[in-house]
Design a protein around this ligand. Structure first.
Ligand SMILES: *[C@@H]1O[C@H](CO)[C@@H](O)[C@H](O)[C@H]1NC(C)=O
Ligand SMILES: *[C@@H]1O[C@H](CO)[C@@H](O)[C@H](O)[C@H]1NC(C)=O
Ligand SMILES: [Cu+2]
Length: 182
C-alpha cells in the first residue's frame, strides 16, 4: 500500500474509533427505569443527557405492567397510543438512535402516559446548532474551546490555535506527516 492509501485507511479507522468511543448507552430513568412509581420526571431526565446519533436508549421495565411505544409528536402530546409507529414489549428494549430530531415514546398501558410515563429523546444536529455560538462574545464564555476560536491577533501562535480549535484535524495531520516519514 502506498502512503496515500495507508493514510486514508488510517484516517477511516480513526474516524470509526472516534464514532465508537462517542456512542453512549442511556438507560431511561437511570436506576428507576421505565415506570410510573415515584413519578419520575422523564423530561428532566432527558434534559440532562446529550443524545447523539449512534447512541442506544434502553427501556427497562416489568413487561407485565408496561410497554414502550414510539409515537408521533401529536400522539405524545395527547398521550394517544392507539396507533403507535412501533411497539416494544420485551421489558428490556434497546433502541439505537439513527437520526436527528425528536423521538417520542410513551407507555401504552391506559393511564400510564397521563401519569408521566413518556419521554422525548431529542437528538440535536450539532453542526446546525453549533453555528450560532460562534459569537464575538467568546471572552465571556466559560467554554475553553470558544476562546481558541476567537480571533486573537496579538500573541496567539497559529500552532496553538490549530491544536485547540482543530484538535482532530491536527491529529490527522500528525498522522499524515508520520505516514510520510515512514
Ligand atoms: C387517537 O388517535 C387515533 C388515530 O390517530 C384517533 O382516531 C383517535 O380519535 C385518537 N384518540 C383520542 C382520544 O384523541
Ligand atoms: C444538520 O445541519 C447541517 C448544517 O446546518 C445541515 O446541512 C444538515 O442538513 C442538517 N441535517 C439534518 C439531518 O437536519
Ligand atoms: Cu406503563
Amino acid at each position: 500500500m502506498g502512503f496515500v492509501e495507508r493514510s486514508v485507511v488510517f484516517l477511516m479507522v480513526m474516524m470509526v474509533a472516534i464514532k465508537v468511543s462517542n456512542a453512549a448507552v442511556h438507560k431511561v430513568g437511570d436506576s428507576s427505569g421505565w415506570t410510573i412509581i415515584g413519578s419520575i420526571d422523564y423530561k428532566k431526565w432527558a434534559a440532562t443527557k446529550n443524545f447523539q446519533i449512534g447512541d442506544t436508549i434502553v427501556f427497562e421495565y416489568n413487561s407485565q405492567f408496561h410497554n414502550v411505544m414510539r409515537v408521533t409528536h401529536a400522539m405524545y402530546k395527547s398521550c394517544n397510543g392507539s396507533s403507535p409507529l412501533t411497539t416494544f414489549s420485551t421489558g428490556k428494549d434497546s433502541i439505537k438512535i439513527t437520526n436527528y430530531g425528536h423521538h417520542f415514546f410513551l407507555c401504552g398501558i391506559p393511564g400510564h402516559c397521563q401519569a408521566g410515563q413518556k419521554v422525548d429523546i431529542n437528538v440535536l444536529n450539532v453542526s446546525a446548532s453549533a453555528a450560532p455560538t460562534k459569537s464575538p462574545s467568546a471572552l465571556a464564555s466559560p467554554v475553553p474551546v470558544a476562546s481558541t476560536q476567537a480571533p486573537s491577533p496579538n500573541n496567539a501562535s497559529p500552532l496553538i490555535v490549530a491544536k485547540g480549535a482543530f484538535g482532530i484535524i491536527g491529529l490527522a495531520m500528525t498522522v499524515l506527516v508520520f505516514s510520510i516519514s515512514t
